[in-house]
Structure formats: structure tokens, C-alpha cells
Ligand binder design. Structure first.
Ligand SMILES: [Zn+2]
Length: 136
């Protein structure tokens, strides 16, 4: 949760009183707080965007090993010899790939979340993505 001091415009991670000036901290999602200047909203979006990205990366750190581990277990049951080696390295590779994909998506998503509302143009975004895919 981000809280804003109405007197000096400092932002805080919580609490009720500003540690800089002693002013009362306000929750930006309270009614009546919408008049905040743009730069404060930009900062709030940055905070929340960064936090969501961090959560996604934590999920990635869990999902990679969980999926990879599950495939390793299945491989140990189903394969032997050379095919077991292939299956094990494939399982590890899959786990790393899943981690990397979610991690990468989190980085992209933070950029989108942090952009000003309305600044993100879905049509332009789709065209840019299609162009990028075509380039490969
Ligand atoms: Zn203050």
C-alpha cells in the first residue's frame, strides 16, 4: 500500500503520519484523493507495477522448479539409460525455460502497468507485437 503526505507530497509504504513533515498520510485510493498531481500518480503506478512484477518473478521462481521437478520425477519412472539422460536434461531445460518466460513477461508487464492510463494504446501495441514476430 502506498500512502501520500498531503503537505509535502512524500510517498510512504504505510503508516499514518509523514516522517518528513509530520503531516497526515492519505491512501490514494480513498475517495477525494483523485486530485493528486500527475507525478504522484505516476509514482504510485511505479510502486504498484514494480510490486506486481516482483510477485510474478517470485511465481516464476516457484513454477520453474515445480514443473521441472515434476518432469524429472516422471522421467525417472518412465525412462532408463540414454533416454533417461535426455529426459532429465529436457526436464531441467523446461524448468529453466518456464522460469525465464515468466520472468521476461514480468519485466514487460511492469512497463505496461507503469505507463499512464490511456497512454497504452492496444492497437499500436498489437501492431508492434506483430511486427516483432514477423522479424524473427
Ligand atoms: Zn510530509
Amino acid at each position: 500500500m502506498v500512502k501520500i503526505c498531503l503537505q509535502c507530497e512524500s510517498t510512504w509504504a504505510g503508516g499514518t503520519v509523514c516522517e518528513d513533515c509530520g503531516g497526515v498520510l492519505t491512501d490514494p485510493f480513498d475517495t477525494g484523493a483523485q486530485w493528486f498531481p500527475k507525478h504522484i500518480w505516476a509514482y504510485i503506478r511505479l510502486q504498484y507495477g514494480a510490486r506486481r512484477g516482483m510477485l510474478l518473478r517470485v511465481i516464476a521462481l516457484f513454477m520453474g522448479p515445480v514443473v521441472g521437478g515434476w518432469f524429472i520425477r516422471e522421467s525417472l519412472v518412465s525412462f532408463s539409460g540414454v533416454s533417461l539422460g535426455l529426459a532429465l536434461s529436457g526436464s531441467v531445460g523446461l524448468g529453466v525455460l518456464i522460469w525465464f518466460c515468466i520472468h521476461w513477461i514480468a519485466g514487460r508487464a511492469v512497463r505496461i502497468w507503469v505507463l499512464r492510463r490511456g497512454q497504452f494504446n492496444k492497437k499500436k501495441f498489437m501492431i508492434a507485437m506483430i511486427k516483432r514476430i514477423k522479424q524473427r
